[in-house]
Design a protein around this ligand. Sequence first.
Ligand SMILES: [Zn+2]
Length: 238
Amino acid sequence: MRSSSFPQKLTRAARLTWSSVLNVLYPPQCLGCRQRLPDPAAPLCHRCMQRLDRITAHDVDERLARLPNASAMASVQVLWRFDAAGTVQKVQHQLKYGNRPRFGIKLGGVMAELVSDAMPPDLIVPVPLHKTRFLERGYNQSTQLAEGLAATLGVTMDEGAVVRARATPSQTHLSREKRWANVHGAFVVPDPDVVAGKSVLLVDDVLTTGATLVAAAEAMQAAGATEVHAVTLALAGL
Ligand SMILES: [Zn+2]
């Protein structure tokens, strides 16, 4: 793991202090049923977590069927279905915009269940955020998920293994075809030795068309990764 700079450490310390103040003022609640939670890093109680709609291999295949070069990814696993205005959306929103990076670490631990024992990766890599978005948010939600996965699986995480070679406009309002053109070729691996000869697990928060994951997987393959697998927290609607 790369060490953080002093300003980053300071920001993190300030965030931790602020979150402990918030924990006293507003004790942590389950985002699903509002029951009090003993663990402020957990977004949901066990019961709510069990009730969420799980994604099957068939759901993933269906989503990737029209994606060019989906075979750049040896496997794709997704945990939950994104439910507009439901619990998964609340979790996702808090992780992304609610300044709750610790939720990511916890959720990454849950996502680790999807990674087969037969296929432990050599390296875990989060899909990078745009630099401007990173600066706005102060953290990359996918790095938090990747950290939770790495800790649970006992595998190294490297958040700098793949980077954005160019800024890409937000994908939110783009069609399927435009998303692909927008993100294709947008990633590079700055140091190919980091991934060469390795089985890499790419981590992102949401799978929509899969274009972002394929673009990142292609960059990994070009750098010599033997296999690229992918795992995301949620499957978004299209
Ligand atoms: Zn609950």
